[in-house]
Structures are given as structure tokens and as C-alpha cells.
Design a protein around this ligand. Sequence first.
Ligand code: RIB
Length: 302
Amino acid sequence: MKRVIVAGKFNVDIFYYLNSIEINSNNLAESSIVELGGKASNVAVALRKLGVDVVITGCVGNDFFGKFIKEKLEKFDVDTSHLKSCDGGSGRTAIIVTKDGQNTMFNYPGVNEKFSPEMIDWTLVEEGDALFIQFGIPADTIFELSSMAKRAGMMVYVDPSYPSEIPWDAFYYFDYMSPNEREIFQITGKKDIGKAVKHLLKKGVESVIVKMGEKGSKIFLEKKTIDIPAFETNVVDTTGAGDSFNAAFIYGRLRGMDDEESAKLASIAASITVSRRGTTSSFPSLDEIRSEAEKRDLKIRL
Ligand code: RIB
């Protein structure tokens, strides 16, 4: 099976489920869970659940949370030999999920921000067929890792998560970039999807996948656009839906599917994820995706 290098943020997520949030008040949660989180952890685990080999790289703190993150990743059989332990606190996110399934996050990046280019093990290039990387770690690390991966012939897939100061030169190395609507406007400064996508394509991004939640997703290539519907489901918690989408899309491409088939597969994975609580515990296995696709009468070669 193919191997994916996953770089980015490794967090602990603390979830609170409640009816609604009231600011400046003591909000009582109906339930609460603590999980492995951060886009890099999430994509790594979602890929493992699809049977893909994963090696991760980034920073966790030398604290209780860092130990928790590493142990959880190892339980999923993720290769953590390139995960660094750094002085300081690990990344963490408080996630409030209201009864409509929508979330509000409070993110502390912690030592994720310490992952400098000097910490990259260059032998990693020998280890991967694709690189998944997210924004939120230092810009020069994103630049170095993506250029290294691209030169080594890997597919480079980028989730911008929240915008940071990434030099435009780096975009030239991105094969896929998967922002949501808010992120693409923030990154490009444009107010129209068409113009924003054009901007990214001009900067060298090969394909832009705009994730639009319940409206589905759109893949923009230089000469065509592919619309992928979202699959209706009972939404319980939208957290991690984008990560689940990213992992399934990468899986599809590595299995030789084209963009459209990979995005359909990714949409099914995301629809299963939003129907469950949490992040890593909500990601589907291949069998679950298969039976969901059959139920919906979708032709996907799994
Ligand atoms: O995409 C979901 C992730 O975003 C959560 O796991 C949280 O840690 C935040 O980084």
C-alpha cells in the first residue's frame, strides 16, 4: 500500500456538547469527550482507517498532552518516528458543539508553532507517495516540505485551515489545495469564488477543491469545474468533516481514481463523519464507506 507523509498540527481536543452557547455565562454541557485532534492527527488517523500507511512529522510538547497524542497515534499504527518532542505545551482545542451539530473552537497552537525547517528529517522523502500538509505551522517549514515533496515526485495536498503568512512561492508546489469558502476569501482577499480560485490557480496551485459543507464541494481545474454534492445525513457534529474528506480524497487518488470519483468517495466519508460525535472516533473504515455507497447506489470502485 502507498505511504503518506502527514505534517501539521497535533492537538488534544476537548469537546463540550450543549444546546446553545451564551457568552458571559456558565454554559452547562450535556456531555464531554477528550480526543486526539489537530488536522494532521486527524488526517493521519482517517488514512489509517482506510488502510494507508502514514508517517507523521511535527511537534508535540513535553507535557501530559504530548504523551497522550503520541500514544493515541501509535494505537492507530501511525509511524511517529519523525514526531518531535519540544519544550512547551502541546496544541489543544476546546470545541463547543451545539445541538445543530455546528462547532465553535478555541485553539491554542502551542509547540505546533515551533516546528522549524531545521527539524525536518530529509530522509522523509524516501518514505512517501504523497504529502498532506496544513497551514498553522511555520511558513518556511511548509515551503521546505512541499518543495521537497514535489521535487521527489510526491502528490502535495494542502489544507489551509486558518490563513497564515505563507509565501506565494510555496503555492507553486501545491497539487491540491482544499480551503472552505471562508478560508479561500481570507487567503486571496477576493470576494467571489471564481476570482479567488483563479488567483490560486495563477499562483501555481494545480487544482482547488472548495469545501462547502452541506452544499458539497467544487473542484476547480484550469479548464473545468466538477460539482460534487454533499450526501444528506443526520448532522450530529461537523468537527473533522474536512479532515475526513481530505483523507478519503488522497486515498482515492493513490488508488488511481480520478478527481471526481475521489471527491465522491470523500463526500461519503465526510457525511459519515458528521453523523457521529468527535473527530478521530468519527472517521469511517473502508467497509463503512463501501456499505454507505451501496446504500446510496453510488458506483465507486472500492
Ligand atoms: O479540523 C478539526 C481540527 O481543527 C480539530 O481536531 C482541532 O484540533 C482543530 O485544529
